[in-house]
Design a binder for this molecule. Structure first.
Ligand code: CMC
Length: 455
């Protein structure tokens, strides 16, 4: 591309850049604004900026992808400043109020709400793929009694890949479809099995007469009763929480799924990578961290001292702040209302009182206001989950079950995007220049030892 030509991206305006090292000016096309006005330049257009012809060219340096769009996407829209979240154009508030989780999963993948026939068929397919191979039970039984359920879930989803070798045919739409159905169907089963293993309880098989959420609760909680009947308030709360967690644009775990999937590995392996990313306390693990924090505070009277320690940099107020939302997280508003509904059934406890007081103080404190730190979705979800008697370390598993819908929609969108290739960022090397090898240790003779394979 010449230094003044535009590229073929249909750009109508350009960024004029003058390199003060060489005095050369460049015209970099600005991509036409997308639906909601997002604009960008193509990072590759900066490569023409060089001091000498044989140089690599200018890169952008963006640790943690603070200002880098790695794809175009039509799935989820977030306006962090205005506190807007929409799936395929539908406001999260409307979906949370009116849709079901499986309908939302369909919407995320297909871009439109399903017709009745499409929905019935989708629901039927997912319901009839909930069983997992019996060997998965043996696999899970290998874990220790105190294994973290996220480790177990991550490993067992990765293990599923070995049961479905055809899943690697990712270019075949039929294989992609059945893998998506299997993952959505089996995640609740695996999650429930992880729960039962830790408790030392027998695994409960799926009940095809129940809906997605109620069946999950049945596999988690059913004992000797012939038919499980979930508490309607809990079933409703979990359905809404699943919808709220179904997708969230290019967050850490979704980025992981897309990056892993870009190597064209099967979706079971890519989703296992997403679960690993979600496990971290700065991501899906935050709702668990909120409860640990509340436990550590212990009493309302300790809150001011705790807030002061956070302000002094001795830890974070977990469940507050977000990379994207710099006003109230719209999901947090829905979750707070949901928490009110659930607590009407189970009653308010000391921890909820601490949470409410923490929120009140933080929202009126200059430190949090000036940094635009508001409660995020995780601030109240942990309290709801706990009131439903889920153990703390299981909270992120619930998040993972729901987020699988978004990961799969994003994975398929990435695969069908002609502009995508294997994800491979650049680096700015800061290590040594070339130096000669001079070791002071003895290896006991290189290449010696027994042959590793041949006897
Ligand atoms: N408590 C106290 N101070 C905070 C917090 C917090 N929760 N979050 C950010 N800050 C401060 C931070 O120290 C920094 O201060 P300063 O400018 O004085 O150095 C400033 O606010 C900007 O923070 P940042 O680290 O640049 O913000 P980020 O966008 O990199 O981090 C975050 C976003 C979510 C990782 C962070 O806010 C955090 O660690 N929050 C607590 C963990 C949490 O609740 N995570 C769940 C996120 S929502 C679920 C999801 O979508 O995954």
């Amino acid at each position: 591309m010449s230094k003044t030509e535009s590229n073929a991206a249909g750009a109508t305006s350009a960024l004029e850049i003058r390199d003060t090292r060489t005095g050369t000016s460049y015209s970099v096309p600005i991509m036409p604004p997308a639906t909601e006005g997002d604009t960008a330049i193509r990072a590759m257009d900066l490569r023409q900026i060089k001091q000498k012809p044989d140089e690599f060219g200018l890169m952008t340096y963006d640790p943690a992808f603070m200002n880098t769009a790695s794809c175009k996407s039509a799935i989820t829209f977030i306006d962090g400043d205005k506190g807007i979240l929409r799936y395929r154009g539908y406001p999260i508030e409307q979906l949370a109020e009116k849709a079901s989780f499986l309908e939302t999963a369909w919407l995320l993948r297909n871009g439109e709400l399903p017709t009745q026939t499409e929905y019935d068929d989708w629901k039927h397919q997912i319901t009839y793929h909930t069983y997992v191979h019996e060997n998965i039970k043996t696999f899970l039984q290998g874990f220790r009694y105190d294994a973290h359920p996220m480790s177990m879930l991550c490993s067992s989803v990765a293990a599923l890949s070995s049961f479905y070798p055809d899943a690697k045919n990712i270019e075949d739409p039929a294989e992609r479809h059945i893998s998506i159905v299997r993952l959505l169907a089996k995640l609740p089963t695996l999650a429930a099995f992880c729960f039962r293993h830790v408790k030392g309880l027998p695994f409960i098989y799926p009940d095809n007469d129940l809906g997605y959420v109620e069946n999950f609760l049945s596999m988690v909680a059913r004992m000797s009763e012939p038919k499980y009947e979930g508490n309607p308030a809990f079933v409703k709360a979990l359905e809404v929480l699943f919808i709220l967690h179904a997708d969230h644009e290019k967050n850490c775990s979704t980025n992981a799924v897309r990056a892993i999937g870009s190597s064209h590995v099967d979706p079971f392996s890519a989703v296992a990578g997403g679960i690993a990313a979600l496990y971290g306390p700065l991501h899906g693990g935050a709702n668990e961290a909120v409860l640990h924090m509340i436990k550590e505070i212990g009493d309302k009277k300790n809150i001011p001292a705790f807030i002061e320690s956070v302000k002094a940099g001795k830890g974070k107020l977990m469940g507050f702040g977000h990379r994207v939302y710099k006003s109230y997280d719209p999901r947090a508003r829905i979750v707070k209302k949901l928490a009110d509904d659930v607590f009407k059934v189970v009653g308010i406890d000391k921890d909820l009182e601490i949470a409410l007081e923490l929120e009140r103080i933080a929202l009126s404190d200059e430190y949090f206001i000036s940094r635009k730190l508001y409660p995020n979705v995780d601030f109240y979800t942990g309290l709801i989950y706990r009131s439903m008697a889920f153990p703390t370390d299981f909270f992120t598993v619930l998040f993972a079950v729901a987020r699988t819908a978004g990961w799969l929609a994003q994975w398929e969108e990435m695969l069908l995007d002609k502009e995508q290739k294997i994800a491979r960022p650049r680096q700015i090397y800061t290590g040594y220049g070339e130096r000669a090898y001079e070791s002071t240790i003895s290896h006991g003779g290189r290449g010696g030892g027994k042959d590793a394979v041949r006897k």
